[in-house]
Design a protein around this ligand. Structure first.
Ligand SMILES: [Zn+2]
Length: 288
């Protein structure tokens, strides 16, 4: 081979090698990218919202013990598993990965039947739930007429029992803003109230209940649940600054959990009205 022919042959080989390296590299990058994108897809998280569990006659905000047991049985039989708020929080921080078949169970207002009816069912079906309580109901109402499964609220001792079960996480449902009176709807800003006055009122209410949690239970909950789902533009900064990592609303929508902790502010939930059968309700929850 003369020098010219050698050079021609060498250049051809070099171009061929470079092309192969480029192609293989491109394939590796594209494949890697598609795996990465897949791993980071948001995880759907349907959330159920119950209230009282001991109705004789089911209503929009009360189911019967039979209905909630049917619901839990349905979830189990259809391959769903409950996830805790802590698991969801950990997912957003890359500390763990949520399952694709997760569902979160929440209960609002803190009825005594959340202890007497729910905890044994959670044990039976190996599930967990979040119970959001109202401070004033616990301090004033629960002690006056305790432990009636039909209508009583949880006392602080009952709430400690919930935590001891290892199956319940607690949420702050305000100390005394769970009402539609005095012009204020839940914990939203009043018409005519200055922004500073609103912030002060909300902060005082939330912190009062947080301190009572710490005194009675030993920790500050990180879940805040808007009464009636009512919220103002000025609410979240106060709630976030108070240390809450997740807020629960009454917006009936599916959640998509990403690796971004802020996606937990404004979790949607489907009210479990007792007026639906288990199958009708689950169809709404999972086919939304
Ligand atoms: Zn409520």
């Amino acid at each position: 081979m003369n020098k010219k022919a050698f050079e021609k042959n060498f250049t051809g080989k070099a171009i061929y090698t470079a092309a192969v390296v480029f192609l293989v590299g491109a394939i590796v990058i594209l494949l890697g990218k598609s795996f990465l994108v897949k791993a980071e897809e948001p995880v759907p998280l349907p959330v159920i919202m119950y209230h009282s569990l001991c109705a004789d006659t089911p209503s929009e905000y009360a189911v019967t013990p039979r209905q909630i047991e049917n619901d839990l049985q349905w979830l189990k039989n259809n391959g769903y598993q409950t996830v805790t708020a802590q698991q969801v929080i950990s997912h957003t921080r890359h500390l763990e990965t949520l399952p694709e078949n997760g569902v979160m169970i929440t209960l609002d207002d803190g009825f005594y039947n959340n202890l007497s009816v729910l905890v044994p069912l959670l044990e039976k079906y190996d599930m967990t739930a979040v119970v959001s309580t109202v401070g004033r109901y616990m301090d004033n109402d629960a002690v006056k007429d305790p432990h009636n499964p039909k209508y009583s609220y949880l006392t602080w001792e009952d709430t400690a029992e919930l935590v001891k079960s290892g199956r319940i996480e607690l949420g702050n449902h305000t100390y005394d803003m769970h009402s539609l009176y005095d012009g204020r709807v839940g914990c939203s800003r009043n018409a005519g109230e200055t922004e500073a006055d609103y912030r002060k009122a909300l902060l005082a209410d939330i912190q009062r209940l947080q301190e009572e949690f710490r005194e009675n239970i030993g920790f500050y909950p990180v879940i805040f649940t808007y009464p009636f789902g009512s919220v103002s533009r000025e609410s979240l900064p106060v709630i976030r600054d108070s240390g809450f990592l997740m807020t629960l609303t009454c917006r009936e929508q599916m959640n998509y959990i990403t690796r971004e902790p802020d996606c937990l502010y404004g979790i949607g939930r489907y009210n479990r009205s007792g007026l639906y059968s288990t199958e009708e309700y689950m169809a709404r929850l999972f086919n939304s």
